[in-house]
Design a binder for this molecule. Sequence first.
Ligand code: 5GP
Length: 203
Amino acid sequence: MNNNGLLIVISGPSGAGKGTICRELMSHKSSDLELSVSATTRSPRTGEVDGVSYFFKQKDEFRKMIDNNEFIEYAQVYDNFYGTPKKYVMDKIEEGKDVILEIDVQGAMKVKQNIQDAVFIFIMPPSMKELKYRITCRGTESKQDIDKRMGNAYCEVCSARCYDYVVINDDIAKAAERVKCIIIAEKCRLNRSKIDFDSFKEE
Ligand code: 5GP
């Protein structure tokens, strides 16, 4: 058995519900599941907490982190930079924790090139109409930002075929359950399951 944890990459268009699914997974969390906290140059939204939602950085601080090779991947998303901290994630994986990265498609493709045995899950909205409705109802983006996010969403949905799994988020609880099943199945497939199969042997 490989004692390392599993790296799980979750992407999907803004408003597809990947953040809510991740929060749902963490709310029933087994002690083995961790959500990585990314660094970003974007400003905090109301209610976001530094070090919990993101590590909020100035552009020059972020550039220094790039120069020091502190990211597994980083990407420019809309007008800001986002990056996955290498040390935090790799330490957790080596401790045997399964780590979720909730990142955009560009970042996911970089992880795919650099890390073996990561599992890639794409969260799809039930329809583009529903996606626009969800982004608009969120009320956190301007009309211009909504249009930008919708434009980007069409490109991102085309990337779904590069992922190992596509989960349609028609219902949060069901979508989270599907993601949980994928994680359990992949842990078995990659020989990282902590199920004690020997305890099922005939006495
Ligand atoms: P938001 O600003 O809405 O929190 O996130 C915008 C986009 O950036 C989302 O698609 C989110 O998944 C992505 N994102 C968040 N953290 C990272 C990261 O560390 N790396 C990359 N490549 N994308 C990220």
